[in-house]
Design a protein around this ligand. Structure first.
Ligand SMILES: Nc1ncnc2c1ncn2[C@@H]1O[C@H](COP(=O)(O)OP(=O)(O)O)[C@@H](O)[C@H]1O
Ligand SMILES: [Mg+2]
Length: 585
């Protein structure tokens, strides 16, 4: 490492420490011109206990306050009087974030998180800029080991220095990528994927809600494997990239959330019969396929194929059962007429082609050995298989979305949970538009609630099993707080909505809250990065990815000037709406 160290000897004094709270320091500025150059997010060095030690703080407030210095023995001179009234005082508030030492033992230029001591009153403070800033930034980067480096972009304060995050820490304990629409979230996701694609065995699954990441897939010359959840148009002849999630993958809670009407008097009977029959049918599958060792320990939620026809037959039999009565006449059995509504709901769902991915999976998916193949395609990276998987949900209707995403998330988590610990490969789920399927609880219906629970569980326990989440959302205020509060790293792009800003503010360590003031001011692709993956909270410019996602930003004005709306295409659109599929085959 270079022996050049930060030198404030020739720098103008910014001010002196005037007040010290736990980790906040207030400085009274001594150079009015210099203070006007300072903005929220800038770095300031406060002289520490030794001449070689500086405490590093981030400016979270700049105030020019007018002091009234009217004293009784004031000369009765009009001009002096006016001047005294407008005496100004510049106050800068800092959040202390680290300690920099020019020399520490035999090392030069060291930086560590946290302030090692409290600054004393009257200590000198300097703005860190120019060459000193570059030195500090390269010191920060030097702290992340080479093989863990994830280059996100450059520092806004010093565009020559790379902004480096610790790739291990970013994924270890969940991250959140937040920002208003158009602020650059999808580009940032694409950049992170691109960086990950350079590793030999990356393992990420992207939930792509709008088909935005299609350019990143193999088909488009990219680096990711693409999948698509079966839409109504895929049922007849599904291609190899089409995903089915047959009904038997759902656990009983997911199934009942979809089928049971809790306000029905017979709901408890319906749930009980459903459980009994599913368990029996799964047991029968184990017997006929020769898996008797599983039969001794499986539960109703074990993912074992069973036939929906058989389930419906069993439920209908209950519903219509007649038994000999006390007199010679037959009477209704225990469940006679009590399951009618449940059976009807199940039949209706089954006929609804939007649920085709669940109820119309090809025959092969009823095989016992089908599940390892599915999960192998999603999680494996053997035989040159791509480690980055993009699942396109763009044709999945919004009311089923939480079930599909939730089931996929749960399958991944359950698999990691049950796998031998030393065989697990860490996997990250990139959850784009997360507010759509992990909403705050009070706005979720029964089905969405199940989905939220899955992600809350992953947020709380995933780390132990090598499952992490990268939550991407434009509406952090609408995302489950339990999930967000488990995130340890934040990449926050421009955020304009007050409610969202306040949520982000509450998620940050208390002392950092003031930094959210810059969020509405960030430029496109600019982000505030904080958390344990970066040594210092910093404002960075995210590098544009090489392969851009297809954000489909339309040039309204230009297009209105040049392109007419074709009525033939409108007619085709109507047909697609009827078919519930965009592909015309
Ligand atoms: N890092 C960046 N550098 C430069 N321009 C960017 C960057 N990120 C985004 N943009 C611009 O902003 C537009 C919207 O970005 P996008 O990632 O789709 O936003 P979001 O997903 O947050 O809605 C992009 O089409 C691009 O023109
Ligand atoms: Mg986007």
């Amino acid at each position: 490492m270079t022996d050049v160290v930060i030198d404030f000897g020739s720098e103008p004094l910014l001010g002196k420490v005037a007040r010290v709270d736990t980790n906040r320091v207030t400085i009274v500025g001594s150079d009015a011109a210099l203070v006007t150059r300072v903005s929220v997010g800038d770095l300031v060095a406060v002289q520490g206990a030794l001449s070689t030690e500086y405490l590093i703080g981030i400016v979270d407030r700049v105030i020019r306050d007018t002091e009234e210095r009217l004293s009784l023995d004031q000369e009765d001179d009009e001009e002096d009087f006016a001047q005294a009234l407008t005496a100004e005082r510049d106050l800068l508030r800092l959040v202390l974030v680290g300690t920099y030492r020019t020399v520490e033992g035999s090392a030069h230029n060291t930086f560590k998180r946290g302030a090692d001591s409290f600054p004393k009153l009257d200590r000198s403070c300097f703005l860190i800029e120019g060459g000193n800033l570059q030195l500090l930034m390269s010191t920060l980067s030097a702290g992340v080991p080479m093989e863990e480096r994830l280059i996100l972009g450059s520092f806004v304060a010093d565009s020559t220095a790379s902004a480096i995050a610790d790739g291990n820490r970013l994924f270890q304990r969940h991250g959140a990528l937040l920002g208003s629409t158009g602020s650059g979230k999808s580009w940032t996701v694409a950049l992170i994927l691109e960086r990950a694609s350079k590793l030999r065995f990356p393992n990420l699954i992207v939930f792509d809600l709008h088909g935005e990441y299609a350019p990143l897939t193999d088909e488009a010359g990219g680096f990711a494997q693409s999948f698509r959840v079966a839409g109504p148009g895929d049922l007849a002849a599904p291609g190899p990239d089409v995903l089915f999630l047959p009904h038997w993958l759902l656990n009983h809670e997911e199934m009942l959330a979809m089928l049971l009407d809790r306000s029905d008097n017979n709901a408890p009977n319906q749930a009980a019969r459903f459980l009994t029959h599913v368990r029996t049918l799964k047991g029968a599958t184990l017997t006929t396929t020769g898996h008797s060792e599983v039969a001794t320990t499986f539960t109703v939620d074990s993912p074992i194929p069973y036939s929906m026809d058989d389930l419906l037959d069993a439920l209908r039999a209950d519903d219509t059962e007649r038994v000999p009565g006390a007199t010679s006449k037959d009477v209704g059995g225990t469940y006679y007429g009590k399951l009618t509504r449940f059976v009807q709901r199940l039949e209706a769902k089954r006929l609804d082609r939007r649920y085709g991915f669940m109820f119309e999976a090809p025959a092969g998916s009823m095989q016992y050995d089908w599940l390892p193949t599915l999960l192998g395609r999603l999680l494996g990276s053997e035989n040159g298989q791509r480690g980055i998987k993009i699942i396109d949900f763009s044709e999945v209707p919004s009311d089923v979305l939480p079930v599909v995403v939730g089931v996929l998330g749960r399958l991944v988590f359950d698999l990691q949970f049950w796998m031998a610990p030393d065989a697990r490969t860490p996997i990250s789920l990139v959850c784009d538009e997360a507010h759509l399927y992990m909403p705050v609880r009070d706005s979720a219906d029964a089905v969405a609630t199940r989905g939220v629970e899955v992600f809350e569980r992953i947020a709380k326990e995933g780390r132990k099993y090598g499952v992490s989440l990268l939550i991407v959302s434009q509406r952090p205020a609408d995302v489950s707080r339990t999930v967000l509060s488990q995130c340890n790293n934040f990449i926050v792009l421009r955020l304009t909505n007050d409610q969202d800003q306040s949520v982000v503010q509450h998620l940050m360590p208390e002392s950092m809250g003031g930094l959210t003031a810059i969020l509405p001011l960030l430029d496109v692709g600019e982000a505030l990065v904080l958390g344990d993956a970066v040594v210092l909270p910093t404002r960075i410019q995210v590098d544009p990815p090489q392969i851009k996602p297809d954000s489909a930003t339309r040039q309204f004005w230009t297009e209105w000037a040049a392109t007419e709306a074709p009525s033939a295409a409108i007619a085709l659109g109507v047909e697609a709406m009827r078919r519930q599929s965009r592909s015309s085959t």
